[in-house]
Design a protein around this ligand. Structure first.
Ligand SMILES: NC(=O)c1ccc[n+]([C@@H]2O[C@H](COP(=O)([O-])OP(=O)(O)OC[C@H]3O[C@@H](n4cnc5c(N)ncnc54)[C@H](OP(=O)(O)O)[C@@H]3O)[C@@H](O)[C@H]2O)c1
Length: 339
């Protein structure tokens, strides 16, 4: 089968399409014939070896992870409740840029036949991350939310889902005026270009000077530090990525939190193992919303699997709105239509 592997860390050019043996599903695993695979920012950090979380220590050659949508074609020993022919989705840390992907059966979720595979790539990780960060913050109806990097793959879903969750003022940040306009078109009440030095003033102004109740921070670094100062009393900042911070995650003094501010984190892998019921419930709710069209995943580009290097280049140039999705070419239920 075809798989895209890296043999060393580096730029997008290290992503090589190769013929490799088909994986065997091990005990507790299923084998998915992939139709669509989505590409996230975190994989660009993994490829460059600047991914900040300790669970990424691969042995080369390695195939990067992502959201996979496809059909189960084989099940390993001990798997119950999933059978060959089931249409499913899964997020995996390794092995996703390939025609066939072996994943742990307990991470696999159903995907209805009527949902386009490209849209369905929102289901395994991006949507549950957007929902899980809001759940971690215990977002209450009427509270204000600040979504950083709001035009990105997870951010643009978070803006829509915050609105649907009954948030009060939804404030988006993004790196250009065009991205800000796009975030407003998704339902943000205000959008602030955080490449401007005075962005915190604009956010505070959007809350009438009160500060923000919930901040979803995937940027880190100085943006995180400034965010802490923007929290209203009892405000919660959920850190879940460091797109702007690289490995330079700032240390935060407890004194910065003493004014009744809460700083916490979110990782999908930890959430999925600690609260599988909530992960599945969020997946099911988002499936309904995608089917009803109340949430849409914007797809910046749909590319063939072997063009994943181009997908990484687009993401690193920060040119994208929403998600980039790869097609393996074996799917029959993908329209390839974009939002
Ligand atoms: N915690 C978890 O379980 C988990 C899982 C997957 C992903 N993540 C994280 O979630 C975040 C969003 O992931 P995604 O795949 O949806 O990515 P994305 O938002 O589509 O792309 C990253 C965005 O970060 C912004 N950004 C800010 N500073 C940047 C910089 N120095 N270089 C590049 N981009 C920068 C860019 O928006 P602007 O140009 O508008 O600034 C860019 O659009 C990432 O930080 C990712 O690592 C977390």
């Amino acid at each position: 089968m075809r798989a895209v592997r890296i043999h060393e860390y580096g730029g997008p050019e290290v992503l090589r399409t190769e013929e490799v043996p088909m994986p065997e599903p091990g005990p507790g695993q299923v084998l998915i014939a992939a139709e669509a695979v989505s590409v996230g920012f975190a994989q660009t950090q993994m490829r460059r070896n600047i991914f900040p979380a300790p669970m990424w220590r691969p042995e080369f050659p390695v195939t990067l992870g992502g959201d996979v949508i496809g059909d189960v074609v084989a099940v390993g020993p001990g798997v119950t409740g999933i059978a060959a022919g089931d249409r499913v989705g899964a997020f995996t840390l390794h092995g996703a840029y390939a025609e066939y992907v072996a994943v742990d059966a307990d991470t696999v979720l159903p995907v209805p036949a009527e949902l386009d595979a490209v849209q369905a790539t929102a289901l395994p990780a991006p949507g549950p991350i957007a929902m899980g960060t809001m759940g971690t913050a215990a977002l209450a109806a009427g509270e204000s939310v600040l979504v950083h990097a709001a035009s990105g793959g997870i951010g643009h879903l978070a803006v829509q889902l915050a609105r649907l969750a009954g948030a009060g003022t939804v404030i988006a940040t993004a790196g250009t005026p065009e991205k800000c306009a796009y975030a407003r078109s998704l339902g943000a009440d205000a959008a602030v270009d955080y490449s401007r030095a005075d962005w915190p003033d604009a956010v505070r102004e959007a809350t009438g000077g009160r500060g923000v109740d919930v901040i979803l921070d995937s940027v880190g670094g100085d943006v995180l530090r400034q965010g802490i100062g923007l929290l209203a009393p009892f405000g919660r900042l959920v850190f879940y990525g460091s797109a702007g911070g690289g490995l330079g995650i700032p240390s935060v003094s407890p004194m910065e939190l003493i004014g009744m501010r809460f700083l916490t984190g979110f990782a999908l892998s930890a959430w999925r193992s600690a609260r599988p019921d909530r992960y599945r419930a969020d997946h099911d709710a988002l499936t309904e919303q995608l089917l009803a069209g109340t949430v849409r995943q914007t797809v910046h580009a749909v590319l063939p699997l072997e063009d994943v290097g181009k997908a990484h280049e687009i993401i690193e140039s920060r040119a994208h709105l929403g998600r980039i999705v790869l097609l393996t070419g074996r799917g029959t239920r993908t329209t390839g239509r974009t939002a």
